[in-house]
Design a protein around this ligand. Structure first.
Ligand code: NAD
Length: 449
């Protein structure tokens, strides 16, 4: 099928490239001319594992191309996916201007009946508004919601192996077009869940809020674990081993970030308040997330109290590993807080340096690698669990530092190895391990036979 994808960001690029790999003819459209030119030249403007290679393969096979010419791309396509940004609005909820503008352009360009697929995350009720907008077109335009559940860092795998593919359609025609597009995945046994537009929209919102809630939940429990001398790594196994609960998204740390959870939780709260439904539970999720970072930074500053011009090696800036995305990244917030408290922050991230430099300017120092970030540091602060950080040689790190403190904001380091190297290990919801001690052991859970 001939498909246009409006918006060549994280979601649009991955979806478009994967749809091409499924055998469709795809054109990606973006208003950002520099982005399109770079894509046309084979340079991918975002970091997502495997994406560059896949884009090169699909463009070489003439199944994928990029343009700024919306009108021609729309006219040549039967189905138009809209994957533009839906950023938070200052007054709460989402700013949907880019979505409605894109739909307006599609309406103007459409020369025959077509299907518009909303891939962007939107508040419940938006699909109906887009359908009303599309009803003003001279040709019939079906509107279907098809929310995207991919995770940055594993986006291609997630698109090609979806837990579920959600269709929110007003009509059978809309569903028919989407079925045809996803048929290769349906043939491989992946589930289609067909529902109303509002249900599809709320499924996406609800899924993100649920995941964010689990993170805030375990983080709150981690505060109690610290206070009573329990170990959150053992506790999360004790909780997550219950099959009714499961272990996913129960890892304590410095909290969630990214372009989705913070804004989706906030928008959900906003929409409920607008509808006079009190979001008792949901309004606490984001608050707990913010507190978690502040609490972590306060812990660092307490340990470094009295040290003149404390030097921090900040390991990680992206909101999670395997991406260059720093939107709402806890690491960025921590960099800001530490710099504001008078610390000299030298940061390194394998992929997110350029994005961070654009955002933070010269408020922090940018190191080209782990050793140059770490040399002379009083403390290492791990904020993103990239594997390059987890696999460091701790005696070498110790030899580079002037201080002895290691703060693990993701509970991902082997505490025994860190402390055996003569370093003081601090994690989230765990008792600190002084140099030379191996107190945490593996995870501290003994399975009785
Ligand atoms: N990033 C994720 O992990 C993820 C996952 C699931 C869903 N989502 C949702 O998907 C949507 C897109 O997210 P993203 O991270 O890809 O955003 P993004 O900001 O990376 O990309 C959006 C792109 O759309 C382009 N654009 C804006 N208006 C346009 C127009 N009128 N015509 C053509 N191009 C236009 C922008 O230039 C930009 O390149 C959002 O609603 C987001 O909430 C994101």
């Amino acid at each position: 099928m001939n498909i246009a994808v409006v918006g060549c960001g994280y979601v649009g690029l991955v979806s478009g490239t994967c749809l091409a790999a499924l055998g469709h003819q795809v054109v990606g459209i973006d208003v950002d001319q520099a982005r399109v030119q770079s894509l046309q030249a084979g340079k991918v403007p975002i970091y997502e594992p495997g994406l560059s290679e896949m884009i090169l393969q699909q463009t070489a096979a003439h199944r994928l191309s990029f343009t700024t010419d919306m009108a021609t791309a729309v006219q040549n396509s039967q189905v138009i996916f809209v994957a533009v940004g839906t950023p938070p609005a200052p007054e709460g909820g989402y700013n949907l201007t880019m979505l409605f503008d894109a739909v307006e352009q599609i309406i103007k360009a459409a020369n025959e009946p077509k299907t518009i697929v909303i891939k962007s995350t939107v508040p419940p009720g938006t699909g109906e508004k887009v359908a009303a907008q599309a009803a003003t077109a001279p040709h019939r335009l079906e509107v279907v919601n098809n929310p995207e559940f991919l995770r940055e860092g594993t986006a291609i795998h997630d698109f090609m192996n979806p837990d579920r593919i959600v269709f929110g359609a007003g009509t059978a025609e809309g569903i028919g077009a989407l079925r045809e597009i996803y048929q290769p995945l349906i043939d491989r046994g992946f589930n289609i869940l067909s529902m109303s537009r509002a249900s599809a929209e709320l499924s996406k919102f609800g899924a993100n809020a649920m995941l964010a809630m689990r993170i805030s939940f375990i983080n709150e429990i981690s505060r109690l674990a610290s206070a009573v001398g329990a170990d959150i790594e053992s506790v999360r196994m004790g909780i997550g081993s219950d099959p009714r609960i499961g272990p996913a998204f129960l890892k304590a740390g410095i909290g969630y970030g990214g372009s989705c959870f913070p804004k989706d939780v906030a928008a959900l709260v906003h929409q409920m308040q607008t509808l006079k439904i009190e979001p008792h539970l949901l309004s606490g999720i984001e608050q707990a997330n913010r507190h978690q970072r502040e609490h972590f930074v306060q812990g660092i500053l307490r340990v470094l109290e009295g040290r003149k011009d404390p030097q921090i090696a900040l390991w990680g800036l992206a909101f999670k590993p395997d991406t260059d995305d720093i939107r709402e990244s806890p690491a960025i917030e921590i960099a800001r807080m530490l710099a504001a408290a008078g610390c000299i922050v030298r940061a390194f991230d394998p992929e997110a340096m350029a994005n961070t430099r654009r955002l933070l300017g010269d408020t922090i120092i940018y190191a080209p690698d782990v050793p140059q970030a770490t040399a002379g540091a009083d403390a290492v602060v791990l904020a993103t669990d990239w594997s390059v950080f987890i696999t460091q040689n701790w005696p070498t790190i110790k030899a580079m530092m002037r201080g002895v403190h290691v703060f693990d904001g993701r509970n991902c380091l082997a505490s025994g190895k860190v402390s055996a190297a003569g370093l003081h290990y601090y994690a989230v919801g765990r008792t600190p391990v002084p140099p030379g001690s191996t107190r945490h052991g593996s995870v501290g859970v003994v399975v009785a036979g």
